[in-house]
Write a protein that binds this ligand. Sequence first.
Ligand SMILES: *Cc1c(COP(=O)(O)O)cnc(C)c1O
Length: 449
Amino acid sequence: MTEEERLRDWDRQHFWHPFTQMSCWGDDDPWIIERGDGNYVYDIRGRKALDAIASLWCNVHGHRHPRLDAALCTQLERVAHSTVLGASHPPAIRLAKALTEIAPPGLQRVFFSEDGAEAVEVAVKIAAQYWQNLGNKKKRIFLSLDDAYHGDTVGASSLGGFPLFHGVYGHLHFPVHRLPSPWLLQGQLQGDAGAACGQWLQALEETLREKSEEIIALILEGGVQGAAGILPYPRGILAGAADLCRRYEVLLIVDEVASGFGRSGTMFYCEQEGISPDLLALGKGISGGYLPLAATLAQEHIYAAFLAPFGEARQFYYGHTYTANPLACAVALENLALFAENDLLVRVRERVAQLRVGLDRFASLPYSAMPRQFGLMAAVPLRNPQTGSVYPYGERREYAVCRRAREAGVYLRPLGDSIVLVPPLAVTAAEIELILQVLQNSMAEECTV
Ligand SMILES: *Cc1c(COP(=O)(O)O)cnc(C)c1O
């Protein structure tokens, strides 16, 4: 047995993979990725591919960035982990300060956690306890969107709007009132973004007028429903929602786990709509894609509601063993330094424009439908050129396209009926072109067999 065969064997025997039907695990030659370098990953056999999924939407400056590696090693020489319950440490203190300097105005208080779902859980619990601490016992439900995705813990998936999850875990979820997905509404209105925004805000206002006394908070993804298939909101949804929430005394939570840290073309999408939510959930790109880290940022009035004499037990009862891990915080600090030094966002916006033009080709090809884009992320829907419709779910054609692309040197993943492109922010112009060309070829080849 070779080393690779042994690893494949153990992988099948013992490793239960996330979001994976294990009965067919191994069928399409999943790579065992051994190392990364810049925007590329290498498997155990030495096969190389451009990491066009940014290791699940989190990689920023590429793999093995010398500065990020050095920041990690320097912290490792001091301490790998030490709790922040009843103590503190320099990387977390510095990172909390650095985050408040780049965040939308007023978000001056930072609560750390490990994953995006947790950043959302923390926001949910802070919002719920905020009203309790103020003596308001009537507010009991959350508002969220159809097709929303906020992570996979029970709390975060309660807010999610995926029928698939709700079928299975619905009996565990807390009560949530749902508003339509702005993108789907826009589809029903022949793509008229302005009309969709207006109708959506009207639906929100009707709900608030009726139920605001019971509503703890509205939660929205930052500018795009990512996991639902890269479904961008019409512009104005966030700004309008912020205004209505303030008027009806309902908190606004914005989940920028996917859209944050430059993915939208600005540091946070909130900037593009000129808003500052009560609570902001961050994750994915926060550590440059190196280590599990997330954060929930709060406005001062939220934080203040948890302040009281010790005996009143108003503090926020939440935390984990590895909260604010020093290695993760140290690398996140260096990640932010690189953003500032390299004018990274200027180059990201150039790539966003290039991607927009480059995606045009898919609108007129027989094996794809109109692509969707939000900043430096896109989804290209696959279609059967014979019928013009989606391939049947069980056929896994989207996987087959991605496998071809990987063999041609571009690592991609499907999402529903689409193939998503989410390269590291450090992607070059030539690499964007490579991704588009390889995807086009792979679709053409797969759809004509
Ligand atoms: C990925 C994602 C999450 C969950 O983050 P995890 O780190 O996977 O728990 C939450 N919200 C949004 C918008 C996401 O894209």
